[in-house]
Design a binder for this molecule. Structure first.
Ligand code: ZN
Length: 144
């Protein structure tokens, strides 16, 4: 991964074979980030995306092993159990130009992944929500 500083955030350029979430977790730990937002584009080698079924409160996963264009990633980072937790959604397009998308479980870079990451000055955390069964974003002070 390469890193460039900008006044609008940090540009991270991931290389072929790097795992997105793992790489971002390591970066956030090293930089001691407490909250961040990101947008990105590039090309994936393989990606597992998920759709959340509110009735069963389970994620349904689907893996795409073919090369796809990463047409967009949007995500944020909070601290959960003392560690960086990235929540990223994405859309991807294949050779037939149709798009698929969902909650990104894992992504291996196939071409490149160009990330603009903006650290936030308000620390974020996540708290379990009984209604949805999800860990929802909150400010650390509102944790109970
Ligand atoms: Zn999600």
């Amino acid at each position: 991964m390469k890193e460039f500083q900008s006044t609008h955030g940090t540009l991270l350029v991931l290389q072929r074979g790097e795992e997105l979430i793992e790489t971002l977790e390591q970066y956030a730990s090293k930089q001691q980030l407490s909250a961040a937002w990101l947008s990105a584009l590039g090309g994936s080698g393989s990606v597992t995306i998920a759709w959340y079924d509110i009735d069963t409160k389970q994620y349904l996963n689907k893996t795409y092993s073919a090369a796809l264009e990463i047409t967009n990633l949007t995500g944020n980072m909070s601290i959960v159990d003392g560690k960086p937790f990235w929540h990223i959604h994405g859309t991807f397009a294949g050779r037939d130009y149709t798009a698929v998308g969902g909650h990104v479980k894992s992504l291996t870079v196939g071409l490149t992944c160009e990330v603009l990451m903006t650290p936030l000055d308000a620390p974020l955390s996540r708290q379990h929500d009984d209604d949805t069964g999800l860990m929802l974003l909150c400010q650390p002070s509102s944790e109970s």
